[in-house]
Design a protein around this ligand. Structure first.
Ligand code: HSE
Length: 430
């Protein structure tokens, strides 16, 4: 006979933990009605007294030490929302070893240690759920890993970082430079005081590692993901992109190759205005995937924030409660069942946008075109603009070509004495 109660312990009373507490308290009746189980919040833990008291919970439900959760036999689910690897990893391991299900929002932990943690969960007959670890409130993990799992995915394109999408959207709308928009975003609390993880693409790379495991059925080391951020995107490039009908987005890209390998990369991309991802603005996230049966599918919503993230976490708890009501455990998410290699960046083929300042004299275009030709790079468009007395700006778009060939050509072009400077390289969506 299935138990009609599911005790929950929340480790971490920060923004997301506070949201989980709010939802569990406010929606207990709804959860009981929908699952047939009383989901009971038994303990919320944080080392910071101010954060504990901000939950508004009575002192009897609060604790400073995570052992209050791990040692409580009435707690069947541990929610880990402290983030980072330490001490989150040992707490999650402790909870799984104690026979408790774990629900986590921790993308770094899942990206770095997902396979070991899932193996540990299997060993102890419990489940590790991590819907909130990627794209906050958007149920993309269950969608890719379960609802759409009949498919083989050809491509996965994601706007998975809200901070950078907010910054790029503002730059696009206002013509402002990266540094000023970042400073404003920090003032408004949209960007962290230390924005590195977001603006340099690391947050997106962790999320891509998790999404790719779901979509391409293999565990990928996040360190194999070629990662570039948005610090070098200038107002000038965004304005030129706009003129050509493109929007600059930081994309997380996965693409299956016919030989079984998978392309994984995070970098700015010129996305055609008519592509559905071009319309994903502000801090919103979206994942666009192409499956062999479902065709094109796109999931859109809030990828961060207290209540959207708590919504995904409580969704995982509901999953556990529903299965408990049926006398079983939740389906175990796989973090990939096949070994697949990541395609080296040099082999990736795409189109490129290149902006250069060159001297305005005869033979310059010919010299550049010769190097491109020698490297097998085909030019699709050239525009000469904005001349100063010193130099003239040259914008070149290429046809699809391998990254190694393109970079070799640009290195050669950069050495020409008529080239004042290579100002920008942005890959274009193909
Ligand atoms: N900092 C992330 C973002 C949210 O800006 O999307 C948490 O992953």
């Amino acid at each position: 006979m299935a138990s009609a109660k599911l005790g929950v312990g929340v480790i971490g009373c920060g923004t997301v933990g506070g949201g989980v507490v709010k939802l569990l308290v406010a929606e207990q009746a709804q959860l009981r009605r929908k699952t047939g189980v009383t989901v009971e919040l038994r303990k919320a833990v944080d080392t910071d007294a101010a954060k504990r008291s901000a939950t508004g919970l009575p002192p009897a439900l609060l604790a400073e030490d995570a052992n209050a959760v791990l040692a409580d036999p009435e707690i069947g689910v541990v929610v880990e929302v402290i983030g980072g690897v330490n001490p989150a990893r040992s707490l999650v391991e402790g909870a799984l070893a104690a026979g408790k299900h774990v629900v986590t929002a921790n993308k770094e932990l899942v990206a770095k240690h997902g396979p070991e943690l899932l193996a540990l969960a299997r060993k102890h007959g419990v489940t590790l759920h991590f819907e909130a670890s990627s794209c906050g409130g958007i149920p993309v993990i269950h969608a890719l890993g379960q609802s759409l799992a009949a498919n083989r995915f050809e491509t996965l394109l994601g706007i998975v970082n809200g901070t950078t999408n907010f910054i790029l959207t503002k730059m696009h709308r206002e013509g402002a430079e990266f540094a000023e928009v970042l400073a404003e975003a920090q003032r408004l609390g949209y960007a962290e005081a230390d924005p590195t993880a977001d603006v340099d693409g690391h947050d997106a790379a962790y999320k891509l590692a998790i999404l790719a495991a779901m979509a391409f059925d293999s565990h990928f080391d996040y360190r194999d993901i070629h990662t570039e951020g948005i610090r070098n995107i200038s107002a000038r490039d965004i304005a030129i992109a706009k003129d050509y009908g493109y929007v600059v987005k930081l994309l997380a890209i996965g693409a299956a190759h016919a030989d079984g390998r998978v392309e994984l990369r995070v970098h700015p991309v010129l996305v055609p205005e008519e592509h559905p991802l071009a319309a994903v603005s502000d801090a919103f996230n979206a994942v666009f995937a192409r499956g062999n049966y479902v065709g094109d599918v796109m999931l859109y919503g809030r990828g961060a924030g207290q209540l959207p993230t708590a919504s995904a976490i409580v969704g995982d708890i509901i999953d556990l409660a529903m299965h408990q009501a049926q006398g079983g455990t939740s389906p175990r998410m796989n973090f990939g069942t096949q070994a697949k290699a990541v395609v080296p960046m040099g082999e990736v083929r795409t189109q490129y946008y290149l902006r250069l300042d060159v001297k305005d004299r005869p033979g310059v275009l010919a010299a550049i075109a010769r190097i491109f030709g020698d490297c097998g790079v085909s030019i699709s468009a050239v525009k000469q603009a904005a001349a100063t007395t010193e130099s003239v700006e040259l914008v070149i778009f290429t046809h699809e070509v391998g990254e190694a060939a393109f970079q070799k050509a640009v290195a050669g072009i950069g050495k020409l004495d008529v080239v004042v400077g290579v100002r920008a390289i942005i890959r274009a969506h193909v």
